[in-house]
Design a protein around this ligand. Structure first.
Ligand code: NAD
Ligand code: MN
Length: 360
């Protein structure tokens, strides 16, 4: 029997609320498919932990989760803790230490939903964004000088290595071949960011040259953001640096129904370390505790986790269950214009999933 161990970090705010629904899907998957077993360990790290202990996770936190097969993450962030602390002391150390150098984010309009872009259909809105996840603009290198004076200044350095840039682009082309995609779009800004981005362009052209079977377009990030709205049907795979990829994927989430739906994978493609799956939204303090957060981003992240573990059938069944529940339109959380609770949507998806699994 296949066995997978999952480290669960639900985090803060709506994180634990959506995680509960995600884990119901994991449990249902295990019951239905006798051939696979999941065990999980939950870690109560995050802002509450920080307020008690002065750190986001224990000193040996990374060692505690290092040997698990995957990490399932909810969201972190609380009004009492500065965001740069919660991000730099929990999520980013996990991404970097475990060399999760790919941040993979599908931009896909699920059946049963309409895009805010008029006339754009499910066929038009179906692509993958590959974001570099370990370097670039998120450098932690820089400083502030002359604080409190009129000459105060801040410097933030960007770090782009040849190794890091090459491996993310190579991953994007490998993924294109695996998913039989024909079109690669690369985000840069070489007119203004005049050292780092021409460097990206050069490496991109070199790697594109090895893949003549795929059509490659290099666009400036500002123009590309506009194309996400005006011609999203042109894209199959979009690849960009850490910051560019982050911004593009929030935009991507918005054109397919909102932050509450969007999943992501922080992937170590070499399987040397665990990969981590999480919804792209944050802890949403404005709705935390009300029981109305949309659990679909978390549940779709579980589907991505299954796909990563080679459990493709389970992954596809989860996505189909989400789509059928949306198409029936009986339960929806308020962000999708409905009145249902997190639990009602989660349980409807689990119910659908159990029903559909009988037929495979
Ligand atoms: P956010 O994603 O938490 O919320 C943005 C808006 O989207 C809010 O109006 C929220 O109610 C809504 N929203 C988000 N997820 C939703 C869901 N599942 N269902 C329904 N509505 C949802 O972003 P923010 O407000 O900028 O940040 C809040 C906190 O989260 C901050 O502390 C921030 O640092 C943190 N954050 C964490 C992550 C992460 O854990 N990876 C990502 C982004 C933000
Ligand atoms: Mn973001």
């Amino acid at each position: 029997m296949k066995h997978f161990s999952i480290s669960v970090i639900a985090g803060d705010g709506i994180g634990p609320e959506v995680m509960r629904e995600g884990l119901k899907v994991v449990e249902a998957a295990e019951k239905l498919h006798g051939g696979v077993r999941f065990s999980y360990e939950s870690y109560g790290w995050g802002c509450d932990y920080y307020l008690k202990n002065g750190m986001m996770m224990p000193k040996d936190g990374l060692d505690q989760i290092r040997d698990s097969d995957v990490i399932l993450f909810g969201a972190v962030g609380a009004p009492e803790v500065p965001d740069h602390v919660s991000v730099w002391e929990l999520i980013l150390p996990i991404r970097r230490t475990f060399q999760q150098y790919v941040n993979l984010r599908p931009v896909k309009l699920l059946k049963g939903l309409e895009s805010p872009l008029r006339h754009k259909t499910h066929d038009d809105l179906d692509f993958l964004v590959v974001r570099e996840n370990t370097e670039g603009e998120y450098s932690n290198i820089g400083g502030r000088l002359h604080e409190g004076t009129p000459y105060e200044l801040a410097i933030q350095n960007n770090v782009f290595t040849k190794f890091g840039t090459k491996r993310i682009l190579e991953y994007a082309y490998t993924l294109a071949n695996k998913k039989q995609k024909k079109n690669m779009t690369i985000a840069t800004k070489s007119n203004a960011i005049n050292f780092a981005m021409p460097f990206w362009d050069e490496i991109a052209k070199e790697i594109a040259g090895h893949h003549p079977e795929i059509e490659t377009n290099i666009y400036h990030i500002d123009a590309l953001a506009a194309y996400f709205i005006s011609k999203p049907e042109e894209f199959d795979i979009v690849v960009g640096s850490n910051l560019f990829g982050d911004i593009l994927t929030d935009l991507g989430a918005a054109i397919v129904g909102g932050l509450g739906l969007a999943p992501s994978g922080n992937i170590n493609p070499d399987f040397h370390y665990p990969s981590m799956f999480e919804p792209i939204h944050g802890s949403a303090p404005d709705i935390a505790g009300k029981g109305i957060a949309n659990p679909i981003g978390q549940i779709w992240s579980v589907a991505m986790m299954m796909d990563h573990l080679g459990l493709t059938v389970l992954s596809e069944l989860i996505i189909q269950s989400i789509e059928e529940v949306l198409q029936e339109g009986l339960v929806r959380t308020p962000d999708l214009g409905g009145y249902s609770s997190t639990v009602e949507v989660g349980e409807a998806i689990v119910h659908k999933f159990k029903h559909l699994s009988q037929f495979v």
